[in-house]
Structure formats: C-alpha cells, structure tokens
Design a protein around this ligand. Sequence first.
Ligand SMILES: Cc1cc2nc3c(=O)[nH]c(=O)nc-3n(C[C@H](O)[C@H](O)[C@H](O)COP(=O)(O)O)c2cc1C
Length: 167
Amino acid sequence: MSKTLVAYHSLTGNTKKIAEAIFEALPQPKTIKPMAEVQSMDEYDLIFAGFPVQSHGVPYKAEKFLQSIPKGKKTALFSTHGSLTGSGLSREAIEHAVVVSSQVKLISTFSCRGKVSPQALEVLSRSPEHEAWVDMAASASTHPNEHDLEEARAFARWALTLSRQRG
Ligand SMILES: Cc1cc2nc3c(=O)[nH]c(=O)nc-3n(C[C@H](O)[C@H](O)[C@H](O)COP(=O)(O)O)c2cc1C
C-alpha cells in the first residue's frame, strides 16, 4: 500500500486550500503537513509538494524543502500564483521548482491562481513597473475557487495513477 505525503508552504492560505483538496482525493495511508513540520520523507512513496509563487519563482523555504526530498522519490509539484493561468509568468515558477528538485522522480505538476493579498497588491502598486501586473492580479481575487479545487483533486488522482505505473 503506497503512502503519500502532501507538504505545503502557504502564507495566506491559498496553497493550503489546494493541498487540502489534493489530500481529500487521495486514499489512505496519507499525511498532510506544512513543509516546515516535515521531519523525514523516507516512509513515503509519493510526495506532493506545493508553494506560492513569489517573485516569479519558488520561495526560499520551499526551495530548501524541494532540495531535501530524497533522491529518486516520486514527487508531484503544485503551486498557486496571482498571474493568469497558462501565462509564461505562471509556468516559470513551476519550471524553477522542477530544476530545484531535479534529484526527484517527477510525476506531474499542477498550478492555479490564488488571490493576491491586499497588502502585496498595495506594495507592488507603488512601483510603476508593476502597474500592469497589479491590474491583472486583481482578477485572481476569487481563486482558488471550487473549479480549481476540483482540478486539484483530479490532479491528485492522476498523479497517483501515474506514480503506480512508474513502479
Ligand atoms: C511577496 C509576494 C510576491 C508574489 N509574487 C508573485 C509572482 O511573482 N507571480 C505571481 O503569479 N504571483 C505572485 N504572488 C501572488 C501569490 O503567488 C498568490 O497570491 C498565491 O496564491 C499565494 O499563496 P498562499 O496564500 O499559499 O501564500 C506574490 C505574492 C506575494 C505576497
């Protein structure tokens, strides 16, 4: 029976919501924890690791976690971001995560939008170069929504199937 860990880093709760949807869709045995509370990953057969995109990339604490995943461990990555889904900006961070965790056996990736905190929008809107991004990011305010959560559950089921096929 394969054992799964869902580990997440989340500042304002968006990535945590996605982590919980992934967790919900998985069969037992399974564990969900903030990355900071994970002691050892040896007992798990599949790791889901999720983070919020910051400055187009993986936040430092999440980067450290990704680097600590044991070599060859089956891993599925997920993220939430303010940028439009499918945009170059949103893909960049997952690509960053894939590079950072190049020692793992990558199973699949998932990302969706997450509302950007009013504080972050306020700070960014002070610099003219971020004006267009702030306008665009405001439309993430309803995410993650039920559709995002359903896609996250489907991602979880699919990643589990793929991980079993990969032995
Ligand atoms: C300091 C900071 C930097 C951010 N930088 C980006 C970014 O470069 N690209 C992006 O798409 N979203 C960016 N965001 C938005 C977050 O990725 C988004 O709101 C995410 O869903 C937050 O997840 P959390 O609630 O789990 O922390 C940033 C947010 C903050 C607070």
